[in-house]
Write a protein that binds this ligand. Structure first.
Ligand SMILES: C[S@@+](CC[C@H](N)C(=O)[O-])C[C@H]1O[C@@H](n2cnc3c(N)ncnc32)[C@H](O)[C@@H]1O
Length: 318
């Protein structure tokens, strides 16, 4: 099995065993403390310019070596390439350099992908990557656009006011683990211009973790609004106690299970309960939700690393 294949299929260990190890390890205690910690803590850094932070990240990491086409995405989410729907529309949110867009376009020649990112640099690299690929009719099937979905929501041409009406119902729930606010609407309801009528699929692949936790309910409400009834939101992101979380020093904490890297990009690490709360509160039906736990070997140090991702599939009610 190749490394990429393992990334999508292995269940090398039980997540509860990892949780027991982490929660009983005194050297990792700082990850478990409430935020802000009870002891005096330095003031959190001012909110950074997210687009600039990600722009810098993409400028540093846009080489072919860094770019990894997510080939096994289609094994996780085969509905993206199933021939059931005629000309399905996909919205890839936070497309980065196109790692998720490319396999979707390759896998189904009928699919049209709308791809947004808050970083203009990311969109440029995605276009370069797609242009250099041998995918057919890119110009008619790939529409990149600049958009900070957490801050401004999605443009009205994706789904106009009446198309979004179905998402006005509000949902209330809570697992009690953390307070999740009800979704808010962040766009002008009076506008009624012509639009695409929404999309059949949304892919949210390692993007939700990049936005501040308190903005997630509103961001997911936006996703709900632009999805057609019956449409699917396909989710993959960092899981609680993933190796990358445990590597953050305590000074990098900017919230509970939330960290900021030195380049001002941020990352949240999800428990299944929090993912469930966020999506159900936004109005979605849970179809699949689980941890993917894989052991990978650090070639340099020879150490085994525990990776944890959350895989989820959610549907907008018909
Ligand atoms: C870790 S990358 C994931 C890229 C891609 N989805 C993939 O599968 O490789 C996260 C992306 O989200 C983008 N991003 C972060 N916050 C965003 C926001 N509020 N609105 C739109 N894009 C955002 C970043 O620029 C970055 O390209």
């Amino acid at each position: 099995m190749s490394e990429a294949e393992a990334e999508y299929f292995s269940k090398d260990f039980d997540w509860d065993d990892l949780r027991n190890d982490v929660e009983s390890d005194p050297s990792l205690r700082h990850h478990l403390l409430p935020f802000p910690p009870p002891a005096a803590a330095p003031a959190p850094p001012p909110p950074p310019d997210v687009a600039a932070a990600w722009g810098g990240f993409h400028a540093r990491h846009h080489t072919g070596k860094f770019f990894k086409e997510r080939r096994y995405l289609l094994k996780e989410f085969p509905e993206l390439v199933s021939r059931g729907k005629k000309n399905p529309r996909v919205l890839e949110v936070g497309c980065g350099n196109g790692s998720t867009v490319l396999p979707i376009l390759r896998g189904n020649e009928d699919v049209v992908v709308y791809a947004c990112d808050c970083s203009g640099e990311a969109l440029e690299y995605a276009k370069e990557m797609l242009d250099a690929s041998n995918v057919a009719s890119i110009e008619r099937r790939f529409y990149p656009f600049l958009c900070d979905f957490a801050l401004h929501g999605f443009p009205m041409w994706l789904a106009c006011g009446p198309c979004r009406e179905t998402s006005l119902r509000q949902h209330c729930c809570s697992s009690g683990e953390e307070k999740v606010e009800l979704p808010l609407r962040g766009f002008d309801m009076s506008q009624d211009s012509s639009c695409l009528g929404g999309v059949d699929f949304i892919t949210l692949i390692f993007t939700l973790s990049a936005i501040p936790f308190q903005t997630m309910p509103k961001a997911l409400a936006e996703c709900f609004c632009v999805l057609k009834p019956g449409g699917l939101l396909l989710f993959r992101d960092y899981g609680l106690y993933d190796m990358t979380m445990l590597r953050f020093e305590s000074g990098k904490r900017v919230g509970f299970r939330e960290y900021m890297r030195s380049d001002a990009t941020r990352s949240y690490f999800f428990s299944l309960e929090i993912v469930r709360d966020l999506f159900v509160c936004a109005g979605f039906i849970e179809l699949e939700l689980e941890y993917c736990c894989i052991k990978s070997l650090n070639r340099r140090s020879g150490k085994s690393m525990c990776r944890v991702w959350v895989h989820g599939k959610f549907q907008k009610p018909e």
